[in-house]
Design a protein. Structure first.
Length: 248
């Protein structure tokens, strides 16, 4: 599998990154995991916007899904005509969430553009990928995502607070793409986001091969976040950055 970081900023785009979005490729199939604000621009450095084969949304906060609004215009009005409907896997009410972002509800409810498919805890197949989903600790319905193909495994935390289910989901993963929004020692609200230390501890408990920290908020301190994670995880560790590529 090949992972490309399209966006890794949390909450809103930062000066060097769009919000959360990740391109996973294997056997010619392109799966986009989350579609945060601004990420469709970076996507076009790596493939034609119409060549994505499926999208999977971990949850429906705007910094993880709203670029599907922009993508709908690109697909609907492209001069070469509309491509086939794009499968979009997401929590319940994904279609309503996206339609509600328009000034007027689209007449087709985006059903001519997207093939909406509701997800829940458990397993599904998307192209060559086996995908396992687990609810994580966040104020709305949100999922951690484990993607496996070709004998390799990548796990994505989505947005979450401290969560044993995420540790079980990530167990033995070759790469763990884990959010690290907060700094340790601050008065952080529970069940919302992880610190670098939390991410490192989750990675250690899950015995992953590589930890990549993402959802790095623009007001944060990435050096401190990296240091906190390093204190808790002694394996391969890096900070996500726009355009970075990881071969699994």
């Amino acid at each position: 599998m090949k992972l490309t970081i399209l966006g890794c900023s949390g909450t809103y785009p930062g000066p060097t990154s769009a919000c959360s979005s990740y391109l996973i490729e294997h056997e010619g199939f392109r799966l986009v995991l989350d579609a945060g604000n601004g990420s469709v621009g970076e996507l076009q450095h790596h493939c034609d916007i119409r060549e994505v084969d499926a999208v999977l949304l971990s949850h429906l906060h705007g910094d993880h899904c709203l670029d599907l609004v922009a993508t709908s215009y690109a697909r609907r009005y492209h001069p070469e005509g509309m491509p086939p409907k794009l499968p979009v896997y997401g929590p319940i009410n994904t279609q309503e969430r996206l339609c509600g972002a328009f000034e007027r509800w689209p007449e087709d409810s985006l059903a001519d553009i997207y093939d909406f498919r509701t997800i829940g805890p458990g397993r599904l197949d998307i192209g060559p990928f086996r995908v396992d989903l687990a609810r994580v600790a966040h104020p709305i319905e949100a999922y951690g995502v484990r993607v496996s193909s070709g004998g390799r495994t990548l796990t994505y935390s989505g947005d979450t607070g401290v969560c044993d289910r995420l540790v079980r989901l990530a167990q033995g993963s070759d790469l763990f793409l884990c959010e690290a929004s907060f700094l340790d020692g601050e008065d952080n609200p529970p069940d919302l986001h992880l610190t670098g230390k939390d991410a490192g501890e989750h990675a250690t408990r899950a015995d992953v091969g590589r930890l990549v920290l993402t959802h790095l908020v623009p007001w944060g301190n990435v050096e401190r976040t990296h240091g906190e994670a390093r204190d808790a995880f002694d394996g391969d560790l890096s900070l996500a950055s726009t355009g970075a590529v990881y071969e699994l």
